[in-house]
Write a protein that binds this ligand. Structure first.
Ligand SMILES: NC(=O)c1ccc[n+]([C@@H]2O[C@H](COP(=O)([O-])OP(=O)(O)OC[C@H]3O[C@@H](n4cnc5c(N)ncnc54)[C@H](O)[C@@H]3O)[C@@H](O)[C@H]2O)c1
Ligand SMILES: O[C@H]1[C@H](O)[C@@H](O)[C@H](O)[C@@H](O)[C@H]1O
Length: 346
């Protein structure tokens, strides 16, 4: 079966997903697109030579009975409304992160999804599919460094768009580590604290503090420190180190560029955005989602409940941004609906 896909939001990431669905992966066809900027939707059809309808909005696209799955790739703040509407249909839903930008919004989504016979949502937390991060988790799970004690991570962007707000440092950027770390450690969060080091003079966005340091503690007592630096100028990278009882695990520097030695210097080109750094992870997550839909089975990737855990933690992070004090986190027990790896066929 070829999975027929509708894409809602044809900006940078929407186009990247259209490209992989059309030119890289197997088993899917983009048959419909929409964007509040209709020119952007038409440009996607033209540029990727799609045989696809251009709908005026998400509501009309969602009414198309020919679509099996939708990709929600609009601005983060628009995901909730579209996902809630999509849950009224029988379509599978791949939504980019964040699931919702508020805790209440994420709760509305999980409550509504739990009214369905099975899970239909996957959230685009692609870090879990990165081969390097996955290999690090496999080593951690093997017990090779004993129990994890401390995690140090960095999330570096060279710069951000003009509409990037201070809250987005949490809901748009740190949200990746928020999802990654509880999965990596198989642990739950107890608290989060955001502190502001010296402000970088490179910040142009009104109200944005950069860099920010997030300290998360887990129920088992692990302390996780994440540097979020989104105007870092020099390149795009993520760093990850886990300190254990008997050793350490470190994600190697990413890259395929050669080391160039010349004129008494040594240098290597770096990535400048998420596009190439996580290309393999995006391809793997989306292929897995398509394969599940083709079998008419629930997604097995990060669920709406993972999106909800991230939203609860992000909301606590935003509260901490106000006075830089730690904020306690209490996520409810995972409902049985989300404990099933894979639900039975509807
Ligand atoms: N997983 C990742 O690493 C990753 C990387 C980049 C972006 N993203 C996510 O993808 C989403 C889109 O990001 P982007 O970089 O493509 O942003 P973008 O600004 O380039 O594109 C967003 C597009 O959505 C459209 N849009 C906004 N509201 C809409 C609505 N209600 N209906 C239809 N279209 C709407 C805009 O007109 C725009 O074309 C965000 O949620 C972002 O967090 C994830
Ligand atoms: O939307 C993007 C994307 O999620 C990237 O992976 C992240 O590094 C950026 O900070 C964020 O703005």
């Amino acid at each position: 079966m070829v999975v027929k896909v509708g894409v809602i939001g044809t900006g940078a990431m929407g186009r990247a997903h259209i490209d992989r669905l059309t030119n890289v992966l197997t088993g899917a066809k983009v048959v419909a697109v929409t964007d509040i900027n209709q020119e952007a939707a038409k440009a996607a059809v033209r540029d990727f030579k799609l045989d696809a309808k251009v709908y005026p909005d998400d509501t009309s696209l969602l009414q198309d009975p020919d679509i099996d799955a939708v990709f929600v790739v609009s601005f983060g703040g628009a995901h909730e409304a579209t996902v809630l509407k999509a849950l009224d249909t029988d379509k599978f839903i791949f939504t980019e992160k964040p699931l919702a930008t508020t805790l209440e919004g994420a709760k509305r989504i999980v409550d509504k999804e739990m009214g369905k016979p099975r899970k239909v949502i996957q959230v685009g937390f692609m870090r879990r599919y990165d081969e390097g991060i996955h290999a690090l988790k496999t080593q951690l799970d093997s017990g090779i460094i004993g129990a994890p004690l401390v995690v140090r991570a960095s999330h570096i962007n060279p710069d951000v768009a003009a509409n990037y707000s201070n809250e987005m440092a949490i809901t748009d950027t740190l949200i990746h580590e928020i999802d990654e770390m509880h999965w990596l450690l198989d642990d739950d969060y107890a608290s989060i604290q955001i502190t502001y080091p010296r402000q970088s003079s490179k910040v142009n966005n009104e109200g944005l503090r950069d860099p920010q340091l997030a300290t998360l503690t887990t129920k088992k007592g692990v302390v996780i420190q994440v540097l979020v630096h989104v105007t870092a100028q020099y390149g795009y990278e993520v760093k990850l180190e886990v300190v254990g009882e008997t050793g350490e695990l470190k994600l190697p520097d990413y890259g395929f560029a050669p080391i160039v030695r010349t004129q008494a210097t040594q240098q290597t080109a770096m990535e400048t955005s998420w596009v190439k750094r996580f290309l393999q992870a995006y391809n793997t997550e989306v292929q897995e989602f398509i394969n599940q839909v083709a079998k008419n089975q629930s997604p097995i990737g990060p669920s709406a409940w993972d999106g909800y855990i991230a939203a609860v933690t992000a909301e606590a992070g935003i509260r901490s941004q106000k006075d830089q004090e730690p904020v306690l986190i209490n996520v409810a027990t995972t409902p049985a609906f989300y404990q099933k790896k894979q639900a039975v066929k509807a």
